[in-house]
Design a binder for this molecule. Structure first.
Ligand SMILES: Nc1nc2c(c(=O)[nH]1)N[C@H]1C(S)=C(S)[C@@H](COP(=O)(O)OP(=O)(O)OC[C@H]3O[C@@H](n4cnc5c(N)ncnc54)[C@H](O)[C@@H]3O)O[C@H]1N2
Ligand code: MOO
Length: 406
């Protein structure tokens, strides 16, 4: 059925998606699996760190009271390698050999670096300290964290450095936001499977693998991936099942006004239709709605529109699901190559950028056609050409979105 659609701008569509409520789901996982996961709770120090007084150098530990009148000979009463401890206090002008990272005797006040010491001929149990040190060379208990201090804030995306901090405390599990469960439904009787021989009128499914990788690299868990023929009953059933089992469903194709464009129907009857037409090219048909608390993002089947729609509308939702900002960085740049077309809708050009001391310059990257895909590998940013009856001026300032992982 053909019904009128009310197009909204790119910004309006982004705002609508940015304000829909998303569920907060958390899970507890092993720290070894937690790289790039987002903490749902702050982690605090279970004890002061370091938890013992630690030597910063290889050398000799001495009492503060004996730290004068150099050069001076000390009696060596022990050896403390890293991992060992030392019982009993040091006596007057007594010292222990000590290694970097090792436990400092309770009543030692300084570590004299090995380089400032000399052996005493014929006296293996003695050492000569040549000069003192400016610093104690001892890292005191709690220098970095007192017990209860915040180690890592809630909503931080863990990285290898963060995992090191957690591991330093022997922490083995963390509570993180659950990754969104995502179903992908690609549609079209024209789509072949990769192992089928080329046939007239048919194409291989190029959007499917692209969407899969985009979902995975942006933190989604793909629970199902389908390539369906244009059979309305089949498509409807598949969409229903996907909605029941996922946080987000991404459909591709069948969103326009064609005979099999089942997504339009589902959107029209949805609990909350966010939009079903955008004032943008490519991807004017991009549609978003919420059904039974699941967000359905319907991308255009045209490869250029599918790519553009994913970065502008789907990536930010995947990231927000785990309380993170989009990695698609919006900025402004100078349009450094001419673009002559005029448009009734804003046009989003697949582009590339350069940056130097004079700022960022952007260059349209090949075809602006919705159905073209030759520029998908090399495109590093998207550039907005505002709708206008006159061509945009060379060197105009344009809204630019820098693409992550590109
Ligand atoms: N009468 C009208 N026709 C069309 C309109 C319109 O307003 N009135 N809009 C056009 C615009 S603009 C676009 S964009 C497309 C959108 O179409 P759909 O998103 O519904 O996608 P399909 O019709 O299913 O396919 C479009 C195109 O993309 C190819 N395709 C589909 N899936 C894949 C895939 N997985 N991998 C690679 N290529 C794919 C498909 O073969 C078509 O060539 O509608 C216009 N038509
Ligand atoms: O909506 Mo289509 O992708 O504008 O060309």
């Amino acid at each position: 059925m053909l019904t009128r659609r009310y197009p909204i701008s790119i910004d309006e569509a982004m705002d609508k998606l940015a304000t829909i409520q998303l569920p907060t789901k958390t899970e507890t996982i092993s720290v070894s699996e937690a790289n790039h996961r987002v903490l749902a709770q702050a982690v605090t120090a279970p004890y002061a760190y370091p938890h013992f007084r630690r030597s910063g150098y290889d050398g000799y530990a001495i009492r503060a009271e004996d730290d004068h009148d150099y050069p001076k000979v000390f009696k060596v009463v022990g050896n403390i390698p890293a991992g060992a401890t030392f019982d009993g206090p040091l006596g007057e002008n007594e010292t222990t050999r000590i290694m970097t990272g090792a436990f400092v005797p309770e009543n030692a006040g300084k570590v004299i670096m090995l380089e400032q010491t000399r052996e005493v001929d014929g006296h293996p149990d003695e050492v000569k300290m040549v000069v003192t040190e400016k610093h104690s060379n001892i890292t005191e208990i709690g220098t970095e964290f007192a017990e209860g201090d915040q180690l890592i804030a809630a909503d931080s995306e863990l990285n290898p450095g963060g995992l090191a901090i957690l591991s330093a405390f022997g922490i083995q599990e963390v509570t993180v936001y659950a990754r969104p469960r995502v179903a992908i439904i690609t549609t079209g009787t024209e789509l072949m499977k990769p192992d089928e021989p080329l046939q007239a009128g048919k194409i291989y499914n190029s959007n499917g693998p692209m969407i899969k990788s985009l979902v995975t690299e942006n933190g989604g868990v793909i629970t199902s991936y389908e390539q369906l023929i244009d059979d309305t009953a089949l498509l409807k059933q598949s969409l229903q099942t996907a909605i029941a089992n996922n946080d987000i469903v991404i459909t591709d194709g069948a969103v326009s006004v064609g005979d099999f464009d089942f997504v339009a129907d589902a959107a029209r009857n949805a609990d909350n239709l966010l939009f079903n037409k955008l004032k943008m090219r490519p991807g004017s048909v991009t549609t978003a709605f919420v059904q039974d608390s699941t967000l359905v993002m319907a991308l255009s089947g045209n490869p250029g529109a599918c790519f553009t729609g994913f970065y502008l509308y789907v990536e930010p939702i995947l990231r927000r699901f785990v309380h993170q900002n989009s990695r698609v960085m919006k900025t402004t740049a100078t349009l450094a190559a001419p673009y002559h077309k005029t448009n009734g809708f804003d046009r989003v050009l697949r582009s590339t950028f350069t940056m130097d001391l004079n700022g960022m310059k952007v260059y349209p990257n090949g075809s602006d056609q919705s159905g073209a895909l030759g520029n998908l590998q090399t495109t590093t940013c998207l550039v907005k050409i505002p709708h206008s009856t006159a061509p945009i001026a060379l060197n105009a300032e344009v809204t630019t979105w820098l693409l992550p992982f590109k």
